[in-house]
Design a binder for this molecule. Sequence first.
Ligand SMILES: Cc1cc2nc3c(=O)[nH]c(=O)nc-3n(C[C@H](O)[C@H](O)[C@H](O)COP(=O)(O)OP(=O)(O)OC[C@H]3O[C@@H](n4cnc5c(N)ncnc54)[C@H](O)[C@@H]3O)c2cc1C
Length: 367
Amino acid sequence: MTPESAEVVIVGGGVMGTSVAYHLAKRGVTDVVLLERESLASGSTSKSAGGIRAQFADELNIRIALRSMAEFQALERVSGIGYERNGYLFLLTQEEEVESFRNALALQHALGVPSELVSPEDVKELIPALETSDLLAATYCPIDGHAAPESVVQAYAGAAAAQGVRILQATALERIAVLGDKIVTIETSAGRIRTDTVICAAGVWSRDVGNLAGLDIPVRGEARWMHFTPEDGGLPEALPLTVDFSTGFYFHREGTGLVFGGREPTIEGVASHGTRRLPVLADLPIQSSWWGFYEMSPDHNAIVGEVSQPRRFLYATGFSGHGFQQAPAVGEHLAELVVGDEPTLDLSPLALERYAGGGERREQFVV
Ligand SMILES: Cc1cc2nc3c(=O)[nH]c(=O)nc-3n(C[C@H](O)[C@H](O)[C@H](O)COP(=O)(O)OP(=O)(O)OC[C@H]3O[C@@H](n4cnc5c(N)ncnc54)[C@H](O)[C@@H]3O)c2cc1C
């Protein structure tokens, strides 16, 4: 049943919304309603490859990654989220790529990330089945890895609900009523809730939710496909999440098989890059395929913060392909903004206002 009022309403039951709920509950804020119009994790979260990496080019994303990795480790101990740290391997075939990854390595090292530049011979030793003749170099980071997105959502949602957070599935936000500069009520598909604080964690649909509060959040959907084969082609057990950076083809181990994806909307498109890089892929049966949205921002960096008008409207979207792994640190940050705690990480450079003030900050390493 829809409650009459709530201190905080979260819109979206993906990894971001449930992380915010978890972090609010951890701070004692439990008069919270989370609205999910479908079911938990049904948006981009369940479509994700679950990759978690510290290999970014933007300092803030590296800091977010390190903070988030610590929480994924804690969640793994308590709930078992399938967190595996077999590294990320970026394969580089162009001089400019080597240059920008080399620069990023220096930044990563300054922040304590154990990433390294490796040779094509090292790559061949690590994964003998890869075609490496056109590689100039690669980068490898052993603390990178992946986890199961739905398990993370269940861990967050379960812990939040145990503290009293109400999670309403099949319930959509339909309207936000603002009086002066204050949010006063929201309308859902199941009734009205009095609240003065709304947190938009609606993924690619955040633009629509922002519109309900008179805001323009510049996020757009970009469809990305993934495929699963139940066989692993004899690849090593401890397989890094491997990315052919120039084509976007990537793969990682999933149980007894492999998941792989790329930028192309058809299996033939992805396979043309995939079978060139990983010839054994041509012999493996495809069991399932799916697609979801990357929620793209103009500079490929997250849009996170709180607007001044209306007051108490907070948002987290625009993750451009890396929102799953950023959920721990970003959820923590939004909870800190709600309660007025000193932020653990200064994410103010990611605020929506940057687009009006010429403060765009581009993340180059988008897979
Ligand atoms: C193929 C693919 C691979 C990816 N791989 C990775 C990866 O390896 N690593 C990584 O970090 N990220 C990856 N991503 C990106 C990642 O999945 C997303 O950035 C992340 O899941 C975003 O989470 P979210 O909670 O913000 O959004 P979502 O999971 O989309 O959740 C938003 C929710 O809001 C709900 N909603 C919308 N409007 C309303 C409304 N009006 N009322 C109520 N509910 C509403 C939706 O139903 C949805 O469930 C990948 C994405 C795709 C598609």
